[in-house]
Ligand binder design. Structure first.
Ligand SMILES: [Zn+2]
Length: 152
């Protein structure tokens, strides 16, 4: 699952560059495959339900997105939030992106939104910590809940 792990593939290719056809059959972590972008669980979530929303196209910055891509990405972010609310009922969210290594981007060459559910009293703050938490449910369970809750 190198494409979500934030680690480079052995061949040095971008781990977020997933061909559309491949994304449709994607494995365990894919939550939603859109026309221009997709939603996947983060393999190393900061919290339960942490998803990434990203374009298929390899672009590093917002001004490189076409308008149709930007519109679909925002739409996927909205859908992800709706699904997360239905599936997990968190108290709040962090939604955002880290542009550039200095801002904390693990893969600065391929932009991606983080959508992270937050609960009152959780001490986790995504831009500050890269630590892996012990999660009360498996990614498998998280994916199932999100897919079932995804708005149609
Ligand atoms: Zn890429």
């Amino acid at each position: 699952m190198a494409y979500v792990s934030g680690e480079k593939r052995d061949d040095g290719a971008c781990p977020f560059c997933v061909p559309v056809a491949e994304a449709q059959e994607l494995p365990e972590l894919l939550v939603q495959a859109g026309q221009l972008g997709y939603v996947t669980l983060n393999l190393y979530p900061y919290n339960n339900g942490h998803v990434l929303v990203l374009p298929y196209r390899h672009v590093a910055d917002l001004d490189e997105l076409r308008e149709d891509e930007a519109a679909e990405l925002m739409s996927l972010v909205v859908q992800a939030r709706v699904a997360l609310q239905a599936a997990f009922a968190p108290d709040g969210y962090n939604v955002g992106m880290n542009l550039g290594s200095a801002a904390g981007a693990g893969i600065p060459s391929h932009l991606h939104f983080h959508v992270v559910p937050r609960w009152a009293g959780d001490t986790n703050f995504m831009p500050v910590t890269g630590d892996v938490k012990v999660m009360p449910e498996t990614l498998d369970q998280t994916k199932r809940r999100l897919v079932e809750a995804w708005p149609t």
